[in-house]
Structure formats: C-alpha cells, structure tokens
Design a protein around this ligand. Structure first.
Ligand SMILES: NC(=O)c1ccc[n+]([C@@H]2O[C@H](COP(=O)([O-])OP(=O)(O)OC[C@H]3O[C@@H](n4cnc5c(N)ncnc54)[C@H](OP(=O)(O)O)[C@@H]3O)[C@@H](O)[C@H]2O)c1
Length: 260
C-alpha cells in the first residue's frame, strides 16, 4: 500500500517521497559502523526489498562508489524499472579491496560519474553528491569539485548536484555555492545541523537526511522528530529488512500528517 506521497526536493525539479532507501548494506559489510555484523542480501532478497520500497511509495535510492558493490548490483536490479526511481550517487570516495580512497579532483569527478553511469546502466544520474571525507570547506574552496559536477549537469549526464557534508558550515557553503541538494545528518545524538536544514530548504535547496537512526543505534520512534523537522524533504534510511522499511514508512507517514 502506498503510504508516502512525493514532494518537491527543493528547486531540483525532482519529486521525492519523505522516506528513501539507503543501499550501503546491499554492497558493503566491511568497515561499517552498524551495531551487528551482517551478510549482504542475495539478489532475491534485494529485489524483494526494492519491491516493498516501491509498494510503499519510496522513489529514491541512495548509493555511492564508497558502498562497495552497491552501484553494480543496483544496475542489474533496476533493469526494466530504471524510470521508476530517482538514483542518487556520489563522487570523491571509492571503496575497493577493503580500503576507502578519496579523490576530489575534477578529473576524478568526471571519471567517477562515467563509471557510475556504466555501473548503474543508465544515461543520466538523477542526483550526484560529493561524498565528503570531513574536509567540507577544503573540498568546495580548493578542489572545484562542485563546479565539475555543475559542468556534468550542463552536459546532461546529471540532473541535480550537491554535497553530502560532515559539518553545518560545509553544508551552508554548498547551499551558497548553488548546490541543488545537500545530505545532512540529524539524529538524537547529533543536532548541530538543525538550523542549516531549515535555512537550506528556505533557500530552495533539496534536503536529504542520513543517519536518522544513528546508523542503527537509535530507536525507530525517533523518526517522528526527524520527519517533523522543518526543511527535511526525505530521510534516507539504510535497511535490508522489508519489515523495518514498512515500520519506518508508517512512522514517517504518521509524522507528516497535518495536525487535525
Ligand atoms: N554520504 C555519506 O557520508 C553517508 C554516510 C552514511 C550514510 N549515508 C546514507 O544514509 C543512509 C542511512 O545511513 P546509515 O545506514 O548509516 O544509518 P541509519 O539509516 O541511521 O541506520 C541504518 C541501520 O538502522 C537499522 N534499522 C533501520 N530501520 C530499522 C527499524 N525500523 N528497526 C530497527 N533497526 C532499523 C538498519 O538495520 P536493518 O538492516 O536490520 O534494518 C541499519 O543497520 C545510508 O544507507 C546511506 O545511503 C551517507
């Protein structure tokens, strides 16, 4: 049953449901911060997860080269249903042979986008965010990575661009530099980006939230607060469980109902 209705993701031109699916756990189980070790779901379980997401009205999948096999697996899983999804991926971090590598140069940015297009088996990426290593201001002021993404947008390879940041100051710098979308953090242990989230949305920037459950350390009931925070367009939750997806959708949908 469709529980979630899409709304504008700022001025990006995209319409996104208030819950999105994070896909770290489809592609990577090494060097992650989740409370329990886990096996990657097989293709049958991964497809069932996407089917449940679709049934609930979820329409954004968040992936990244840093999520191991995630992009490649999604490329295969989305065959025949690519048009149904908004695909968000990233540049700047890759994960190969158990190691993260960072490169924010415009040359790498272009090569990374081309690689994501091949892995995801698509002609256009809906959203590409810079995957910050924590040096948000340095990335934006020194490397010109956002300008490189804007150029790829001009060329029609990408629809919307922005930054998945690690600080409120970095997020605001990206908004001021014309980012279409930011990916901010908001959870019970991390409230430092609350003002940024409200201000960014007021400036027309799309706002996605990561780690709303503190990577599995918080209680799902916390989602009501995050979903109700002004400026939050969609909460990206990483799960491999259709039951958790349903529970999260119900919690977020209830929190989004206008008070009667
Ligand atoms: N750009 C970045 O720098 C960055 C960094 C981190 C994350 N992200 C994105 O944001 C997404 C979310 O972040 P995250 O995965 O770190 O953290 P999260 O969404 O806060 O938490 C995910 C964890 O919570 C568990 N969970 C989800 N729903 C649950 C429920 N109803 N009950 C109990 N447990 C539940 C999941 O386990 P189950 O599988 O058992 O449900 C998983 O271990 C990622 O998938 C990724 O797409 C981006």
């Amino acid at each position: 049953m469709t529980l979630l209705s899409p709304q504008a993701l700022g001025r990006s031109g995209l319409q996104v449901a208030p819950l999105s699916l994070g896909t770290v756990k489809l592609g990577r189980n090494q060097g992650v911060k989740y409370p329990q070790p886990f096996n990657l779901p097989d293709d049958r379980r991964a497809q069932a997860l996407l089917d449940t997401a679709s049934e609930l009205g979820i329409n954004l999948l968040d992936t990244a080269p840093a999520y191991g096999e995630s992009e490649t697996r999604l490329g295969a899983l989305l065959r025949g249903q690519r048009q149904r999804w908004i695909v968000c991926t990233k540049v700047g971090e890759s994960f190969e042979n158990g190691q993260s590598r960072f490169d924010f140069t415009p040359t790498h940015c272009r090569a990374s986008v081309e690689r994501s297009l091949r892995r995801l088996r698509t002609d256009v990426l809906d959203i590409v965010l810079i995957h910050s290593d924590g040096n948000d201001e340095d990335i934006l002021n020194r490397w010109g990575t956002l300008d490189a993404l804007q150029q790829l947008k001009q060329e029609g390879k990408v629809r919307a661009v922005g930054l998945s940041h690690k600080s409120a100051a970095g997020g605001q710098l990206a908004v001021d530099a014309g980012a279409d979308v930011i990916m901010a953090t908001l959870n019970r242990d991390y409230l430092q980006e609350q003002s940024l989230i409200t201000a960014a949305a007021a400036q027309g920037c799309g706002v996605l939230i990561k780690k709303a459950l503190a990577s599995g350390h918080a209680d799902p009931s916390d989602l009501a607060k995050v979903a109700g925070h002004p400026g939050v367009h969609s909460i990206v939750i990483g799960t491999t469980s259709p039951e958790h997806l349903r529970q999260n959708a119900a919690l977020i949908s209830a929190a989004r109902q206008p008070a009667g």
